[in-house]
Design a protein around this ligand. Structure first.
Ligand code: MG
Length: 394
């Protein structure tokens, strides 16, 4: 068995008005997500990530399962932004450690990373960074264009080259963690790592104190240093560890270019290009744009206002949109569940083939789970005994 104890702490900090970080820790999964986007959208992106990843990892706790769960969270954020245009551009980082099962039943810790939240390992008071930041400045350090010292103050140090919510295709760094009993793992948002030196992080996170005290002292120190961003900390300590028989190499490398693409840059920092126009052209264009935008917004809202379950090559899949589409808006598949679309009660198979509508992604996932459970229960129940009684006339 591999087991950990944990403590968490989060704080809005001294400058931001809201806390857009989100955390999730269970006996087998620890995750920090640092959301970004105005109008509380960053909060939606980070919370959605904890919900989707938590729910899907519970059903499939392999490396592939956790990878797919993070991909599903990415698609769920994109789907939510499509449904709620005021959240356009929202995104989140994710750093997660899962106790993943391999085919031999060995459970070992595996690290997943997208963005610039960080994971550190602490052993004997020494601290080692496990994750690589996906920011423009850190990519340039890896290319040799900047020194780490220059990157620490570079204006593009906060500009991410990877995040959830930006593109359907997502690259996730995956690596196994070689842990020993007594090792601690620190997961944090950049509100902690930007405020404290490596020496301070090492000293506070490895202090021989209860984990609860250590996380609270880390947050206090970050606030004392300025608290310019939301601060979130998860501290894990391994009690028991199974060593994986074949450590996983880093399986996914950064396919994204080392500088922010124009698409990424515009998603995070919407372009503000403006053109000079005469007032007549401006007024005419504005009127037409207003009418067109209103019509498009109404159709768009209706087209993606719901979710439904369907059969996708034998698995129950969750789609967003109207089953037959609306004008040019076709429904999009949000994710495949792990549930078979064939192993269901006959009436549920018919319902699924006709598509089952649900108001939200969470409701759709719950209903898929219900369909599967109902089938399992129907199999567990013995069929009713049919007896034939013949009455003999005397
Ligand atoms: Mg942050």
């Amino acid at each position: 068995m591999t087991r950990w104890r944990y403590a968490t702490a989060t704080d809005t900090g001294l400058v931001r008005e809201t806390n857009q970080d989100a955390m999730l820790v269970t006996d087998s999964l620890a995750l920090v997500a640092d959301g970004m986007g105005g109008h509380a959208a960053g909060e939606v992106a980070s919370i959605l990530t904890t919900e989707v990843v938590g729910e899907l990892f519970e059903r499939n706790s392999t490396v592939e399962g956790l990878y797919s769960a993070i991909e599903a969270a990415n698609l769920a954020i994109i789907a939510d932004a499509r449904e709620n245009p005021e959240r356009f551009g929202m995104g989140t980082t994710v750093i997660a450690v899962g106790l993943t099962h391999d085919s031999m039943g060995v459970i070992s810790p595996t690290l997943f990373n997208v963005g610039d939240s960080r994971a550190y390992q602490l052993r004997d008071g020494a601290l080692r960074q496990l994750s690589e930041d996906h920011s423009v400045a850190e990519e340039w350090v890896r290319m040799g264009r900047l020194t780490p010292e220059e990157a620490a103050t570079h204006p593009r140090r906060h500009q991410l080259t990877r995040a959830l919510g930006v593109d359907d295709a997502l690259d996730i760094d995956v690596s196994s963690i070689d842990a020993l009993p007594g090792d601690r793992i620190l997961l944090c948002s950049d509100g902690l790592s930007n405020e404290l030196s490596v020496d301070s992080l090492a000293k506070l996170a490895s202090a021989p104190k209860p984990l609860e005290e250590a996380v609270n002292e880390l947050v206090s120190a970050a606030k004392h240093s300025g608290g310019r961003d939301n601060i979130s900390v998860v501290l894990l300590e391994f009690d028991e560890v199974n060593v994986a028989s074949s450590p996983i190499k880093k399986t996914v490398s950064a396919k994204a270019p080392p500088v922010a693409t124009s698409q990424m840059a515009s998603a995070i920092h919407p372009s503000r290009r403006r053109r000079r126009l005469t007032w007549r052209v401006w007024a005419g264009a504005a009127f037409i744009a207003l009418v067109a935008a209103g019509a498009v917004a109404v159709v768009h809202w209706y087209a993606y206002s719901g979710y439904y379950l369907g059969d996708d090559a034998g698995l129950i899949a969750v789609y967003q949109g109207q089953p037959n589409g609306v004008l040019w808006y076709k429904p999009v598949k949000v994710l495949d569940t792990t549930y078979s679309a064939r192993n269901l009660r006959p009436s549920d198979i018919r319902s699924l083939q006709a598509t089952i509508s649900e108001p939200s992604l969470t409701a759709a996932l719950h209903y898929a789970s219900y369909l599967h459970t109902a089938w399992l229960l129907s199999r567990a129940t013995s069929p009713p005994v049919v007896t034939t009684t013949t009455l003999a006339k005397g």
